[in-house]
Design a protein around this ligand. Structure first.
Ligand code: BDR
Ligand code: CA
Length: 309
């Protein structure tokens, strides 16, 4: 199985990313780090532990990282995720505390100690990964690859051309792209196919477990806010699609292309510029997800949750 670190900002869909990583047999979840994003850091750091506690996973260290972006103020998304970031269910007390090392040291230690290079999946603004590469560059060769949910080959969801995770911390994405570590972007163009339809909800609820029941309450809230804000009653469950790239590569079509992030544009800051047609004649520097086998994806999520508490 592939050793993996999840860096996240839970967030409803981040919870499903954590569950997919913790429950899928082809992945070995070594650590979780949190970042300020959907809601401030104290909430995301608690929510990550709540998600793992519900799933009965209490032996994976969770450490808090950056409270905000490298060079900008934090913008949050309570309008989708609620005041505490996990609107809907009643949240249990986390069964364990935060790892005192903090995100950078935890990631560096896990990378240094692992017997093989470790994949990093980021499902929020990619600040923590940028800080790691900036402050602990010696561990970069220990990173097998980075998969990030964010960006889009098409339009955005926070401005016409910017997706939330890209827009919150574009400088962090720029730094990570320049590192040369194998990088895959999983953007809205594919995550908008991972729709939580009534059929998907019924299928997950039918698992009949504590985790699936908690998940159903999360999805109920998430679909309602996505309907209110975007007119998408079958909310797109973005973040686990990035984990699916590792769990089952055949589930997501990825092309190698040129990816750049807009840092300066007056109206387009945070837009991911994906040169699918090679117009810029620059060296490809990333994989970009362009297709999703939707049924196979929900099968992975179902299988993983079914293996949790
Ligand atoms: C991304 O933004 C967050 O609200 C979600 O958790 C996801 O990571 C989608 O744009
Ligand atoms: Ca997220």
């Amino acid at each position: 199985s592939i050793p993996v670190i999840i860096d996240c900002d839970p967030g409803h869909d981040d919870v499903f990313a954590l569950w997919l990583a913790a429950g899928h047999p082809s992945l070995d979840l070594l650590a979780v780090t949190t970042v300020g994003g959907n809601v401030p850091l104290e909430h995301t750091s608690r929510n990550a532990r709540v998600a793992l506690t519900v799933a009965g996973v209490t032996d994976v260290p969770v450490a808090a990282g950056a409270a905000g972006p490298l060079a900008r103020e934090l913008s949050t998304a309570e309008w989708i995720h609620g005041e505490n970031g996990l609107g809907g269910p009643e949240l249990p007390e986390p069964a364990f505390g935060l790892d005192p090392r903090g995100a950078t040291a935890l990631m560096a230690d896990v990378l240094a100690e692992a017997s093989e290079p470790v994949a990093v999946v980021a499902t929020g603004p990619i600040t923590n990964v940028a800080v790691l590469l900036r402050d602990r560059p010696e561990v970069a060769p220990r990173i097998r690859e980075i998969v990030w949910m964010g960006g889009s080959t098409e339009r955005g969801n926070v401005t016409p051309y910017a997706e939330f995770n890209a827009w919150v911390d574009p400088e962090a994405l720029d730094l990570v792209l320049r590192s040369g570590i194998p990088f895959t972007m999983v953007g809205l163009n594919v995550t908008h196919r991972a729709l939580v339809t009534a059929e998907v909800r019924a299928r997950l609820a039918a698992l009949g477990t504590r985790t699936s029941a908690f998940g159903d309450e999360l999805l109920d809230f998430f679909c309602r806010t996505n309907d209110e804000v975007f007119g998408l009653p079958d909310g797109p469950l973005h973040d686990p699609v990035a984990v699916a790239v590792l769990a089952d590569p055949g589930c997501v079509d990825v092309v190698r292309t040129r990816l750049d992030i807009e840092l300066l544009g007056g109206e387009t800051v945070g837009a991911t510029v994906v040169d699918l047609d090679g117009m810029l004649a620059r060296e490809p520097n990333a994989g970009v997800a362009v297709g999703l086998d939707v049924n196979r994806f929900w099968g992975l999520v179902e299988e993983a949750i079914g293996r949790l508490a």
